[in-house]
Ligand binder design. Structure first.
Ligand code: F3S
Length: 387
């Protein structure tokens, strides 16, 4: 693998042991995946931030690192709201460990925005190279923005953040971004809400695996695309998808829409994902809510009181920028939490059945929270919470 002189110096240890280790990791990854060189990145998003997922050994590894990040870097959601963890019901012992993880990341110069929607907080541009780790953020960056990132592991994203570069392979290379399977839906007009797109993604991800799908016939907005990509990344390993006439690369004259096979998904299959089981909590904001989704939720909860715990998750910066909507939501008894989410917080482990409006949460809640999951639209979530 070709290295620039400065990259070679980092590898030789001239800029400290941590940077050397990080460069060794990047060169190792690049060698495995056949990268010819490294490429500079505009930003990084590091996963492995919740103590629930990294545990004691991960924390000790982080505490041993001694360097600062070279590019703007944020974290994936952690296990609790940094200010309101007691109110969430997070155990004190967990909170102490989570604080230690946060401190370790802060020492590396990472911004303490803990979110899977970093694109709401700082501009991410078409064609930019990134090293992002959280799978829904990766799918959004690649597909909706047209930026370029592989689905990084936590250590790979952290290494790229510290070195400011990542191996140039996979989705960083334009020719690798063409679709390899077509997806059609028998009744696209029936897909309206983000939960419908989440359920469609839940079904499609299992068919697609790690291929690059091209959807035709559907007309999603950006929040719908976020839900679709997140679910496909969870039940499959989709890091990039295209929607004909909608997503940026599918509108390029050079885009190759001829795929070797097209699969038709029947709406009956998508509807089967929905159920009406009893739940004891509701959680929305997977991926973290956009300002528009927050406004919609505030409108749906207006003048109502929730009778079951209702968790709402969003980026700290989005909450700060939308205080009136947050206050309207909280007047109903629902709670809007920053920094964390339904899957990575231990606070949701106490429930037996959780209602979500997300295909990704539907896939992960059973294994990560040990609860049964039910998907419904935002409107249905509010109806169940306030009934
Ligand atoms: Fe984000 Fe957590 Fe869902 S990281 S995509 S809210 S599982």
């Amino acid at each position: 693998m070709f290295l620039e002189p400065e990259e070679q110096q980092i590898l030789d240890g001239e800029f400290g042991e941590t940077r050397q280790q990080m460069m060794e990791l990047l060169v190792g990854l690049g060698t495995v995946f056949g990268a010819e060189r490294l490429v500079g990145i505009a930003s990084a998003q590091v996963s492995g931030a919740s103590y629930k997922t990294i545990g004691r050994w991960g924390l000790e590894w982080l505490q041993g690192l001694d360097a600062r990040v070279a590019v703007p870097t944020v974290l994936n959601p952690i296990g609790m709201d940094r200010d309101r963890w007691r109110e969430m019901g997070v155990p004190e012992e967990f909170a102490g460990k989570q604080e230690a993880v946060i401190d370790a990341y802060e020492r590396l110069g990472i911004r303490l925005e803990c979110t899977c929607t970093p694109y709401y907080l700082s501009n991410t541009h078409y064609g930019e190279h990134l090293a992002w780790a959280e799978s829904s953020a990766v799918a959004y960056a690649n597909s909706v923005i047209g930026a370029r990132t592989n689905r990084e592991g936590g250590p790979g994203a952290l290494a790229a953040a510290i070195v400011g570069r990542t191996p140039y392979y996979g989705l960083h290379i334009f020719k690798n971004r063409q679709p390899s399977i077509g997806i059609a839906v028998d009744d696209p007009t029936a897909i309206k809400d983000a939960a419908d797109y989440g359920a469609l993604g839940y079904v499609a991800g299992k068919i697609v695996g790690n291929r690059i799908p091209l959807f035709s016939g559907i007309r999603p907005n950006r929040d719908h695309l976020k839900a679709l990509g997140a679910a496909m990344a969870a039940t499959g390993a989709v890091a990039l998808y295209h929607v004909a006439g909608i997503t940026p690369e599918a509108r390029l004259p050079t885009f190759k829409a001829d795929v070797p096979e097209t699969v038709e998904i029947r709406m009956a299959e998508v509807r089967e994902v929905f159920s009406s089981i009893e739940v004891d909590a509701i959680a929305v904001g997977c991926p973290h809510l956009s300002p528009a989704e927050m406004e919609t939720l505030a409108g749906l909860l207006e003048g109502k009181k929730v009778k079951k715990p209702f968790f709402v998750f969003a980026a700290r910066g989005v909450i700060a920028g939308n205080r009136p909507a947050v206050e309207r939501i909280e007047r109903s008894g629902a709670r809007v939490y920053a920094d964390t989410c339904v899957v990575v917080s231990p606070a949701l482990d106490r429930f037996d059945a959780i209602m979500v409006n997300s295909g990704k949460a539907l896939a992960y809640v059973p294994t990560m929270c040990g609860a049964v999951a039910r998907i419904g639209t935002m409107e249905e979530c509010v109806a169940v919470a306030t009934a």
